[in-house]
Design a binder for this molecule. Structure first.
Ligand SMILES: Cc1ncc(COP(=O)(O)O)c(C=O)c1O
Length: 394
């Protein structure tokens, strides 16, 4: 059999394209702000992770431009060999200070952060324990590691307790969990996980990709939100969301970060974060610290939309974050709902299995500090009309 035969058998996306319900790879012709231009048409953007709206901030843009002028367009090697700039060193120090951890290390993407950290730490006889709804980059990091991988039912603390009790505790145990789950916007039960981590003598890594900049008094993520910063051993976050750039980092103790720096393969064998991206994060960090009102506004928008969508009668699941799903159920119905909302002027993300549970297809909406009331009211009018047409709401 020819290796490539499977490629010809991939027909589902083609069918969706032929039917006009294909929601992926849509080119934006503008910045990913609260409104975007697609095919010359202005749409409301409810499908971005630009939570604080910083990709459009003049200081962030200027920092990136100045970095290109000073350092050029890219680093042509890994941090280990020839790709470390003073900017990277400054960024790691600033992030450590901000996250109130001893040290951090910056990766070229958030995805690579999970790959590198998990595979570096989970050795041959160790065990990594993950929530079934954890992000794909965590799953892939576990696959790369040499240890055993055990999964527990989503946010089910009794199952986590049972799972931890069943693993070989003569070697190391790492629990890895999303702070905010990226498709349904629900929140980790961190107090209980911390209790179980102590009970079973495990270590804890929280992926706060969707929470740093968003949760906690100072925007430091779910650990700060729950008052548990001292109890979470490692925090990973990406720069591709609140930080308005690309890249990722892990924050932890000096000793562990030093170890990761010398053993994470996705860090050692990949070129470093480009100067413009690093400078953009530094500028975004200044704004995150200086302008807490952006976070306040993001939460006002989030609460308004959650309340209004619930009142209209949509199923928004257990969302407690600026990610608010509209749960539709069946894939084809979601395709039609997505298309009707898109045609009416809303860009949002269609999520089907394996990104979500089978028959749990959903429209993932997400909100920004820079959405105005007019934007949100317009989105609600569209959702109300389309939702009624599809009998998702009364
Ligand atoms: C929870 C979580 N972790 C990691 C990542 C990967 O980050 P990045 O896209 O910056 O590589 C994402 C991004 O989608 C995410 O949602």
């Amino acid at each position: 059999m020819d290796l490539f035969d499977k490629c010809g058998r991939l027909t589902k996306p083609k069918e969706a394209q032929a039917a006009g319900f294909y929601p992926y790879f849509i080119p934006l012709q503008s910045e990913a702000g609260p409104e975007v231009t697609i095919d010359g048409r202005r749409l409301l953007m409810l499908g971005s992770n630009n939570y604080l709206g910083l990709t459009q901030h003049p200081d962030v843009k200027e920092a990136a431009i100045k970095a290109v002028e000073k350092y050029g367009s890219g680093c042509t090697g890994s941090r280990l060999m020839n790709g470390t700039l003073d900017l990277h060193v400054e960024l790691e120090a600033r992030l450590a200070q901000y996250m109130q951890k001893e040290a951090t290390i910056v990766f070229t993407t958030g995805y690579q952060s999970n790959l590198g950290v998990i595979s570096a730490l989970v050795g041959r006889h160790d065990t990594v324990v993950v929530d079934r709804a954890d992000h794909a980059s965590i799953v892939d990091g576990c696959r790369l590691g040499l240890g055993e991988v055990v999964r527990y039912r989503h946010n089910d603390m009794e199952d986590l307790d049972r799972t931890l009790a069943s693993v070989d505790n003569r070697h190391g145990i790492l629990i890895v969990v999303d702070g905010v789950f990226s498709m349904e916007g629900d929140l980790v039960n961190l107090p209980e996980i911390v209790r179980l981590k102590k009970k079973h003598n495990a270590r804890l890594l929280v992926d706060d990709a969707h929470s740093v900049g968003v949760f906690g008094e100072g925007g430091r993520g779910t650990a700060e939100h729950f008052g548990l910063q001292g109890e979470v051993d490692l925090i990973i976050a990406t720069f591709s969301k609140s930080f308005a750039s690309i890249g990722g980092f892990v924050a932890g103790s000096e000793e562990v970060i030093y170890y990761i720096r010398h053993s994470a393969r996705s860090f050692l064998f990949s070129a470093s974060l480009p100067p413009a991206s690093a400078a953009a994060v530094l500028a975004a960090l200044d704004i995150i610290e200086r302008e807490p009102e952006r976070r306040v506004r993001l939460w006002e928008n989030t609460r308004k939309m959650k309340r209004a969508l619930d009142e209209l009668g949509f199923d928004t699941g257990l969302s407690e974050s600026p990610i608010i799903p509209i749960i539709v159920g069946e894939d084809f119905r979601l395709g039609m709902f997505w298309k009707a909302a898109f045609d009416a002027g809303v860009f949002a993300n269609a999520a089907v299995a394996p990104a979500v549970e089978p028959d749990h297809a959903l429209l993932r909406t997400s909100y920004m500090a820079t959405h105005t009331d007019e934007h949100l009211d317009r989105a609600l009018d569209i959702f109300a009309a389309v939702g009624r047409d599809f009998q998702l709401i009364p």
